[in-house]
Design a protein around this ligand. Structure first.
Ligand SMILES: Cc1cc2nc3c(=O)[nH]c(=O)nc-3n(C[C@H](O)[C@H](O)[C@H](O)COP(=O)(O)OP(=O)(O)OC[C@H]3O[C@@H](n4cnc5c(N)ncnc54)[C@H](O)[C@@H]3O)c2cc1C
Length: 174
């Protein structure tokens, strides 16, 4: 749904910043909302990981639990490593925000890494479930579809990379 306000009259006291300067006002806090995308991505990835871990510990093929196959166990190892890395990156960025330190680049890195991590982890979780990963018995295909938007909204991955690299290069006058 799109709300449009044409010729909407407001008392002066209700105007935020300068008239026609809404984008500048928004930019003073917009970067901080990206931390919520990072935290949501980490939380969803942990939920999906639990499904994959339990399935690997229960499902038997070729006479043993599939978690015993290195092809599966190494995927689990990579998944949890990436989830923990995204979690710590997110916490570090949020801590800078709490301390009122510059956090634009750090939050962009957390949003970029956590949202891309979620895509990889949901994809791997479905792979570990085999065909069952696409069935309604598990919510994995829903997590996989929902994961896709995290790399787009609140600034696409490309825009996060732009913010991060601009922050680094500007400091050198480039
Ligand atoms: C489900 C959903 C909910 C949303 N909710 C909200 C909301 O509540 N509030 C809100 O304000 N917005 C919302 N959005 C909008 C969202 O923030 C934008 O879709 C997003 O920022 C990308 O903008 P765009 O769609 O215009 O893509 P575009 O800007 O057209 O980008 C298209 C492609 O070009 C690339 N690109 C664009 N510019 C550059 C550049 N400078 N360098 C490199 N690559 C570039 C992008 O990365 C992307 O791959 C929502 C979007 C979705 C899908």
């Amino acid at each position: 749904m799109i709300l449009e306000f044409d010729d909407c009259r407001l008392p002066q006291a209700q105007v935020l910043g300068e008239v026609d300067g809404g984008f500048e006002v928004m930019n003073t806090w917009l970067y901080a909302t990206r931390i919520t995308v990072a935290t949501m991505s980490v939380g969803r990835a942990r939920r999906v990981f639990d499904y994959a871990l339990n399935y690997a510990a229960e499902r038997e093929q070729f006479g043993q639990k599939i978690g015993k196959f290195q092809g599966v166990s190494f995927q689990l190892a990579d998944m949890i490593t990436e989830i923990d890395a995204a979690d710590l990156l997110t916490l570090a960025a949020a801590n800078r925000l709490d301390l009122a330190m510059p956090a634009n680049r750090e939050i962009a890195s957390a949003k970029l890494y956590a949202s891309e991590m979620l895509s990889r982890v949901t994809d791997a979780a479905i792979q570990i479930h085999g065909g069952m990963g696409l069935m309604d018995d598990y919510p994995l295909e829903r997590f996989w579809r929902d994961a896709r938007v995290e790399r787009i909204w609140d600034g696409t991955s490309e825009i996060q990379r732009h913010i991060i690299s601009r922050d680094l290069l500007r400091a050198l006058g480039a």
